[in-house]
Design a protein. Structure first.
Length: 110
């Protein structure tokens, strides 16, 4: 039975070319995407090299981690990490106690 708690995936060290549309397109095959955010550096008008993808179901976020490890996105290899945020959406429903799955883009592949 799917959980009613959304799943979060963080993507770090993103290539400059990666935007919310690209993240959505890469992650939607794994489940229904609720939201995609790539926070902007207001002075530079570029994203801050990271983004967040929220799935309607936590299981879909876990599927991303099972399938995206080692994949490439704009020439950078994705690796997985886990983090516990202090606060997500005000800590509603205990989300602050839940891990976020984080895909980090490593160095460009050869």
């Amino acid at each position: 039975k799917p959980s009613s708690v959304p799943g979060f995936v963080g993507a770090g060290r993103l290539a400059e070319e990666v935007d919310e549309k690209i993240l959505h397109a890469d992650f939607v095959p794994f489940g229904e995407v609720k939201d995609v955010k790539t926070p902007l550096d207001q002075a530079m008008q570029k994203h801050l090299s990271f983004g967040f993808v929220t799935f309607l179901e936590r299981e879909d976020a876990a599927t991303v981690m099972d399938n995206m490890e080692g994949a490439e996105l704009f020439g950078r290899v994705l690796t997985e990490n886990y983090t516990f945020p202090e606060k997500i959406n005000g800590g509603e429903q205990g989300w602050a106690a839940q891990p976020i799955l984080v895909l980090s883009q490593g160095a460009k592949s050869a």
